[in-house]
Design a protein around this ligand. Structure first.
Ligand SMILES: Nc1ncnc2c1ncn2[C@@H]1O[C@H](COP(=O)(O)OP(=O)(O)O)[C@@H](O)[C@H]1O
Ligand SMILES: CC(=O)N[C@@H](CCC(=O)OP(=O)(O)O)C(=O)O
Length: 258
């Protein structure tokens, strides 16, 4: 059975009720599950409290080397262990990892202008497959380690794309928003690359959503299966989505196809 790779992002990490609902829904999923998470809100908080000013370029956080200890602490530490705690509490046999454990993903510097931002590519799926086989649920932060031995901050949507390709899985990207919204703030039920290009060119899709949509399009093309972009906020819709069902006759979130 194809693993279901679920990417969790946005303020969900600060919302224990939403996490309770999410893990209750996950208990009903019959496929093996791999969680890949962000924690941008936790990073923002830590950097602000430490007195750093943090900026993004095209939706990616510029990560100077001196900020890496705080970013790693926020993502591979606090966010990862917070999710692990919720998963264990819900009865899942969860295992906390980063992208680089046992060489699962390869990570290298993306662009010198972004500092320690990494690009993830496919590595060795053996550890993840073994964990899945044994009934464990890998919970992976988007921190990676390069061949140079340096720590890198990978955008979590791009991290989930790499993990999903590695496992030939199915991808669901969960965020604060219901999906991709059009110029009238209405949900776009189906998004293909032509419509995505138009909405990006028109400035309707911006910032982190541009990164998310591009990751979803690449996954849909590679895996030859639609990718869902949806919210973690509505428990009933989330349960339907994760069960592969419609909600009141309508698909949940945005379905991204090639
Ligand atoms: N067309 C759009 N539809 C929905 N959200 C959009 C759109 N364009 C920009 N956004 C912004 O993108 C955000 C989601 O991206 P991001 O913050 O990176 O999510 P996450 O942290 O869950 O990965 C939304 O909260 C919204 O502010
Ligand atoms: C390079 C880059 O942008 N890294 C992201 C990683 C976390 C993330 O993607 O978190 P969300 O999914 O919650 O937004 C960051 O530092 O915010």
């Amino acid at each position: 059975m194809k693993p279901l790779v679920i990417k969790l992002g946005g303020a969900v990490l600060n919302n224990s009720l939403a996490l309770d609902n999410l893990f209750a829904a996950l208990q009903q999923v019959e496929q093996p599950i791999v969680l890949v998470h962000g924690g941008g809100v936790v990073v923002e908080d830590v950097l602000a409290k430490t007195g750093f000013v943090s900026e993004k370029l095209d939706g990616l956080r510029i990560t100077p080397k001196e900020q890496i200890p705080y970013v790693v602490g926020a993502l591979a530490g606090t966010s990862n262990k917070l999710l692990l705690a919720q998963a264990l509490k819900a009865g899942l046999s969860a295992v906390g990892l980063c992208l680089s454990d046992a060489g699962s993903c390869k990570v290298s510097q993306m662009d010198a202008r972004l500092g320690h931002v990494g690009e993830a590519s496919l590595g060795n799926p053996a550890l993840l497959n073994s964990l899945i086989e044994l009934g464990h649920v890998p919970v992976m932060s988007s921190i990676g380690i390069g061949e140079d031995g340096e720590l890198y901050n990978v955008n979590a949507d791009q991290a989930a794309l790499a993990v999903c390709k590695l496992l030939q899985g199915q991808l669901v990207l969960l965020s604060d928003v219901a999906g991709v919204l059009d110029q009238d703030k209405q949900l776009v039920a189906e998004l293909n690359s032509a419509l995505a290009d138009k909405l990006i060119a028109d400035g309707v899709i911006t910032d982190g959503m541009t990164v998310k949509v591009k990751a979803a399009l690449e996954a849909a093309e590679f895996l030859q299966t639609p990718v869902s972009l949806a919210s973690w906020k509505d428990p009933a819709k989330l349960a339907s989505l994760l069960a592969g069902q419609t909600y009141k006759g309508e698909s949940v979130g945005t379905q991204v196809t090639v």
